[in-house]
Write a protein that binds this ligand. Structure first.
Ligand code: ATP
Length: 389
């Protein structure tokens, strides 16, 4: 049974449609991440679930209670929704020590002394802060303060947890470590979690499923790997690129017995495509290929896909090779191991092979087809006609 059900939610601020007819079901004990670029409506959706924002239409159910329904005139105040919330700004009480900060919610509920003591101890243990009970927030690092904020939320044992970019004020190393701790914590306590972030790495690590928001609309709800391999739209492909994905517009054509994409930016560069795209011959599309799916070789068997190397940039164990497409600023980026790209030199001509990729409709920008992936069992998004070979 789903733990949070959001049905047909819309919210307009003067002149801005922040959410348009959003529906989303979060399963019991699931970690759902809301991912999307700045301004797409993530925080608004979270605040609607928390009761801090009133939607214009739709309904929200938490557990077995309807907490908001426009048509039935229900709007339960935030405190009575009984969800735990962790925000970006971990406003701790500066005059209270760590113990008292965590105990605050229990004191408000007049919890008995013995139970309060054991629950605060347990919550601090969960976030690895045992021993720091007497410190004041001033004497803690940013990461420790955020863990106090998490403990303060956990101590009241909410069934549902809402997180609004809780790690975004922390330095990158700390973020990575706290991310892992949050994941472990979720496994331990199993509260249903809704987590807002614009950081795709964070979403990939934390989520059981990711809901991607684009301009106030949910365009995809899938497991992290599926979002990365089969992005529902061109924007999702771009947004989940790490550091950047290749998006080329062009037309699919047949040349002799081969299927090729002729990119708009370079009509002399033919990118060979597999037979599975034969149904799209003559169609204008976008091709998405992740840098790690682009193979390059200095061995030129024919004149298909010859491109000049603009730069070769080592990055630890990997190398990024930038290829120039026509006379434009457009580039194709390939990423391979130091060993794989050892012979690639600047200014030489290389041949290109796209191992895996996605084809999107040029007008709607929705996914039409994925090729080269093993998981042919991926469920189709029927309204957009996705097929995977
Ligand atoms: P970010 O990642 O930058 O926090 P977000 O995806 O969380 O962005 P929201 O904060 O939900 O986006 O905002 C969605 C849209 O609604 C934006 O265009 C924003 O400017 C607008 N908006 C949000 N809150 C208000 C408000 N109180 N009044 C007017 N417009 C608002």
């Amino acid at each position: 049974m789903p733990s949070i059900v959001i049905d047909s939610l819309s919210k307009r601020f003067d002149g801005v449609q922040a959410l348009s007819n959003v529906s989303l079901e979060i399963r019991n004990r699931e970690f759902m991440v809301l991912l999307g670029p700045s301004g797409c409506g993530k925080t608004t959706l979270l605040r609607c679930v928390a009761g801090l924002e009133q939607p214009d239409t739709g309904s929200i159910q938490i557990g077995d209670r309807t907490v908001y329904s426009r048509s039935e005139g229900i709007d339960i105040p935030p405190r009575e929704r009984r969800v735990g919330m962790v925000f970006q700004n971990y406003a701790l009480y500066p005059h209270m020590d760590v113990f008292e900060n965590v105990a605050f919610g229990l004191r408000m509920r007049k919890t008995r002394k013995k139970e309060l003591q054991s629950r605060v101890t347990e919550a601090l243990e969960l976030v690895n802060l045992t021993g720091l009970e007497k410190r004041s927030p001033r004497q803690l690092s940013g990461g420790q303060r955020q863990r106090v904020a998490v403990a303060r939320t956990l101590v009241t044992k909410p069934q549902e947890l809402l997180f609004d970019e809780p790690l975004s004020n922390l330095d990158p190393k700390l973020r990575v470590s706290l991310r892992a701790q949050l994941r472990r914590l979720h496994k331990q306590i199993g509260a249903t979690s809704l987590y807002v972030t614009h950081d795709q790495n964070e979403a990939m690590v934390l989520a059981d499923r990711i809901a991607v928001l684009q301009d106030g609309v949910i365009v995809q709800v899938d497991e992290p790997r599926t979002v990365y391999d089969h992005p529902a739209t061109v924007k999702v492909a771009e947004f989940t690129g790490n550091p950047k994905t290749n998006i080329l517009s062009g037309e699919i054509n047949r040349s002799d017995d081969r299927l090729i994409l002729i990119p708009d930016d370079d009509p002399y560069c033919f990118i060979e495509l597999p037979d599975s795209v034969s149904g799209f011959v003559g169609r204008r599309v976008y091709l998405n290929c992740r840098p790690e799916q682009v193979e390059i070789t200095s061995h030129l068997s024919d004149d298909l896909g010859r491109l000049p190397v603009l730069s070769v940039m080592p990055d630890g164990s990997h190398v990024f090779v930038h290829l120039r497409l026509g006379d434009t600023m457009q580039q194709i980026i390939a990423r391979g191991s130091v060993h794989e790209f050892a012979r690639i030199r600047r200014n030489e001509l290389v041949a290109l092979n796209v191992r895996r990729g996605n084809i999107f409709d040029f007008d709607t920008e929705y996914l039409l087809h994925s090729f080269g992936y093993e998981d042919s069992g991926r469920p189709a998004l029927s309204e957009h006609g996705v097929e995977v070979t």
